[in-house]
Design a protein around this ligand. Sequence first.
Ligand SMILES: Cc1cc2nc3c(=O)[nH]c(=O)nc-3n(C[C@H](O)[C@H](O)[C@H](O)COP(=O)(O)OP(=O)(O)OC[C@H]3O[C@@H](n4cnc5c(N)ncnc54)[C@H](O)[C@@H]3O)c2cc1C
Length: 456
Amino acid sequence: MSQKKRMVVIGGVAAGMSAASRAKRRNPDLEVIVLEKTEFISYGSCGLPYYISGLIDDHNKLVIIPPKVAREKRGIDVRLQHEAVEINTTEKTVRAVNRHNGQEVFFPYDKLVVATGAGASRPPIEGMGLKHVFVLRTLNDGVALKSYLKSGKPKRAVIVGGGYIGLEMAEAFSAQGLQVTILEKLPSILGTTDEEITTIVEAELERNQVALYKNANIVAFEGNASGEVTSVLMEDGHRFETDLILVATGIKPHVQFAEAAGIQLGPTGAIAVNEKQETNVPDVYAAGDCAEALHLVTGKPAYIPLGPTANKQGRVAGENAAGGFGIFKGIVGTSVFKTFDLEVARTGLTATEAEREGFSFVTSTITDKCCAGYYPGASPITIKLVMNQENGRLLGAQMVGNHGVSKRIDVFATALFKKMTVEEISQLDLSYAPPFAPVWDPILIAANIGLKALKK
Ligand SMILES: Cc1cc2nc3c(=O)[nH]c(=O)nc-3n(C[C@H](O)[C@H](O)[C@H](O)COP(=O)(O)OP(=O)(O)OC[C@H]3O[C@@H](n4cnc5c(N)ncnc54)[C@H](O)[C@@H]3O)c2cc1C
């Protein structure tokens, strides 16, 4: 009788649990073991800002597949508090440490999926270790932050970093009644959008009494005798008094022990994979925030770590590891977030990125209404297009407005995926009714104005 084949997955959130679930569905006879170093699997980190804001009252509601359900209904052997520390690709084993009792456990594998995700980056600022200095990446981070909001009743929050998580959290802290200050090191917040969009977002922060300081050089976080943070000292000598700090300066892929095992990293510093999610090591796959993805606009590997990519890559890794055939074609860099009353979205390349990639391009920006002008609540929507001057193809789109942004950006994402020209986009048969769009949808207006810019 042949022995059961075994797949080991390292990491139990979006990519890891997608891989495990898919593999088990594809081949129910496969033994699937998930090693997760924390006590949580399969949760929506994306929902953390709404748990902090109070919109979601219980962190358990963010859990999608509880361990018991994964074990009993899906047949996945979930090992919580098991941290993988070494992969031996010759002997095909993973060495893990059981954090309950400190014991070492070896897991032989036939197929391995690395889905270790990423960790919040912790800049080397003096005072990072003070009490009430937080990062927000894991469910545990969210629980710790929320618990301090409840017990410590802070009144002021400093957010270091003006990226999308910083801005989502500005709204969350404001909803909790905190006075919010954002400190951004660069001359602009949101490295992912161009100035035309960013200025509208900055105005929204101001409208909501969020203080924003750009070109902000932090020297240290300062604390009191009890080791609690009390202020942020700036290079110019200025001090921001605060009761808590959230450091939201980006993430770094968890790749150290994969790299040590000879699994190749790509140019972005994340694990290099092909369209089957295979790494350079036979029978080892990688997926999610620890891995790169092919950018379909530039044709190069990119690191744009987001939820849908993690889920899709995990599914493909699981399918292939279980003996099936799955392909992940790539990404076009689509994302959306909300801060206060604004929806902010992008797909493809910004002008800054198109320039860096050496494209010859033109841009155009329009502002129109999200729905029929006479319909109550009609509000402005601004769209910037970046277009390839040589062949008229769309290179990227950015959008901001109070309503109707999040799904409109998907039209441009689809156009990028199919390498459509701006002329083709201008011909799209899009839906219309007064509550949802004007007769000429802002997408079509943006494309028509874009065409004029291309013809100049
Ligand atoms: C606050 C917040 C808001 C977000 N909002 C959005 C959004 O709106 N839209 C969007 O698309 N994306 C969003 N994201 C990003 C999205 O959550 C991630 O892309 C997604 O969670 C990645 O899943 P993953 O499984 O690849 O990695 P992770 O979620 O990082 O999970 C990796 C898991 O691996 C475990 N692990 C790591 N090393 C080991 C080891 N050695 N042994 C065992 N286990 C290990 C970790 O403990 C972790 O549980 C948000 C993220 C955050 C933090």
